[in-house]
Design a binder for this molecule. Structure first.
Ligand code: NDP
Ligand code: ZN
Length: 367
C-alpha cells in the first residue's frame, strides 16, 4: 500500500514571514514513510493561533520557503507502514500538533509522549527519523504521522467539529484533568482568553463539574461564553474591580490568550486559593515576557506553570467525553484555496472568528 502513496504532496505554503497571510499552492516532496507511520488523505484542517505565530516568525524562523502549517487535521487512512497495528485503510482519524517522538524514553513510556525531547512538530519540525525532513502541516493534500500521534475519530463527531479538538481541544483538556481531575465538583476554574482554545476550555471545565468563570478583554463574547458553559463572565478591560470580587476563589486558572499585553498576571494570582496554580497554555511571541516579582506569588503560595498539548491517552478520553456530551467547537468553515487561507489567517489575526476556522473542500483544491 505504501507504494501507492504519491511521492509529492500539494499544500498552501508561505515563503517569507512578510507573506504570512498569503499562502500559495505548492507541491513538495513528502516525508519518507516509516514502519509505524500512518498516511492520510486530508479531509479538513482547523486554523490554530499557532499557525499565525509560526508564519509571522513570532516564535523564531520557520524552516523552509514553502512552509505549510496546520495541525488540526482530519483525514482517511490511505496507507500504513508494515508495523502499524492500530489503523487500517479507510479509517477516519486525526493528527494534532506532534507527529512523532522517540517512543523509548521515560516520557514516551508514561503517557507523556508530547514531552519527549525528540518530539517532532507536525509542521516546522525536523524529523530525525526521516533524514532531518522539515515537516509540513495540514493545509495540504496528505499527512503522515507515527500511529501514537494518530487519533481515531468517533462517528458521533463530524470531521469539521473534530478537527479543532486535535490541537485546541487536547491542549486545554490535558491541563484541566491534570489539575482539577475528572470530578471537579466544588472547584472553581478561571479561563482566560475566549478564542479557539478558550471556548473549548469553558465546555470541558463545565463538563468536568467545575464552576467556570470566563475572562475576556471586552464583553462582546459574554452571551456566547455563558451558553458554552461559563457560570460567570468578567470583561477585564471594562470591570476595574473584578479582583476584589474574586479574592480566594480559584482552584485553577488556565490562560488561553495568545498575547500578553491584556493580562495582568499579579491580578490573576491574587484570586487563587492557597497553593494553587496559574497555567498558561497561551504562547505569545517570544519577545513578550511577564514581568513579575516573587512577592506576587508569596501571599497565596501560588505557582505559575505551562502545559504542552496532551497525551494520546488524554486525547482518547477527550474524544469520548466530547462524543458523549456533545462538546464541540463553534466552527466557521472556509473552502481551502489561496483566497480562503488569506481570508481566514487575516481574520483570525484580528480576532474576527467565533471561534475556529476549519478549512474544507480539500478534494477540489488538490484534485
Ligand atoms: P485564538 O486567536 O483563537 O484566541 C486567542 C485569544 O487570546 C483571543 O480570542 C483573545 O481572547 C485573547 N488575546 C489575544 N490577544 C491578546 C492580548 N494581547 N492580551 C490578552 N489576551 C489576548 O488563538 P488560539 O486559541 O488558537 O491559541 C491561543 C494560544 O495558545 C496561542 O498562543 C497558541 O499558540 C497557543 N497554543 C498553545 C499550545 C500548547 O500546547 N501550549 C497548543 C496550541 C496553541 P479575548 O478576546 O477573550 O480577550
Ligand atoms: Zn495548535
Amino acid at each position: 500500500t505504501v507504494e501507492a502513496v504519491p511521492e509529492t504532496f500539494k499544500g498552501f505554503g508561505v515563503d517569507v514571514p512578510e507573506n504570512w497571510n498569503k499562502p500559495k499552492l505548492v507541491e513538495y516532496q513528502r516525508k519518507k514513510i516509516n514502519p509505524k507511520d500512518v498516511v492520510i488523505k486530508n479531509i479538513c484542517c482547523g486554523l490554530c493561533g499557532s499557525d499565525i505565530l509560526t508564519l509571522k516568525s513570532s516564535w523564531g524562523e520557520f524552516g523552509r520557503n514553502d512552509q505549510v502549517v496546520g495541525h488540526e487535521i482530519i483525514g482517511h487512512v490511505i496507507a500504513v507502514g508494515e508495523e502499524v497495528t492500530e489503523y487500517k485503510i479507510g479509517d477516519r482519524v486525526g493528527i494534532g500538533a506532534y507527529s512523532s517522538s522517540c517512543s523509548d524514553c521515560s516520557r514516551c513510556k508514561s503517557d507523556n509522549e508530547q514531552y519527549c525531547t525528540q518530539g517532532v512538530g507536525t509542521y516546522n519540525g525536523v524529523d530525525p527519523k526521516a533524514d532531518g525532513y522539515k515537516t509540513q502541516g495540514g493545509y495540504s493534500s496528505h499527512s503522515i504521522a507515527h500511529e501514537q500521534f494518530v487519533f481515531p475519530i468517533p462517528e458521533a463527531l463530524s470531521s469539521s467539529d473534530a478537527a479543532p479538538l486535535m490541537c485546541a481541544g487536547l491542549t486545554v483538556f490535558s491541563p484541566l484533568v491534570r489539575n482539577i481531575g475528572y470530578n471537579a465538583e466544588g472547584k472553581t476554574v478561571g479561563i482566560i482568553g475566549i478564542g479557539g482554545l478558550g471556548h473549548l476550555a469553558l465546555q470541558y471545565a463545565n463538563a468536568l463539574g467545575a464552576k467556570v468563570v470566563a475572562f475576556s478583554r471586552s464583553s462582546s463574547k459574554k452571551e456566547q461564553a455563558l451558553k458554552l458553559g461559563a457560570h460567570e463572565f468578567i470583561a477585564t478591560g471594562e470591570d476595574k474591580d473584578w479582583t476584589s470580587k474574586y479574592a480566594d476563589t480559584f482552584d485553577f486558572i488556565l490562560n488561553c490568550a495568545s498575547g500578553i499585553d491584556g493580562i495582568n498576571l499579579s491580578d490573576y494570582l491574587s484570586t487563587l486559593k492557597v497553593q494553587q496554580k496559574f497555567v498558561s497554555v497561551g504562547l505569545p511571541p517570544v519577545k513578550d515576557t511577564f514581568e513579575i516579582s516573587p512577592f506576587s506569588f508569596l501571599h497565596h503560595g501560588s505557582a505559575f506553570g505551562s502545559s504542552l498539548l496532551g497525551s494520546k491517552k488524554e486525547a482518547l478520553e477527550m474524544l469520548k467525553i466530547s462524543a458523549e456530551k456533545g462538546i464541540k467547537p463553534l466552527v466557521e468553515e472556509i473552502p481551502i484555496s489561496e483566497a480562503g487561507c488569506n481570508e481566514a489567517l487575516t481574520r483570525c489575526d484580528k480576532g474576527d472568528v467565533r471561534y475556529r476556522f476549519v478549512f474544507t473542500d480539500f478534494d477540489k483544491a488538490f484534485a
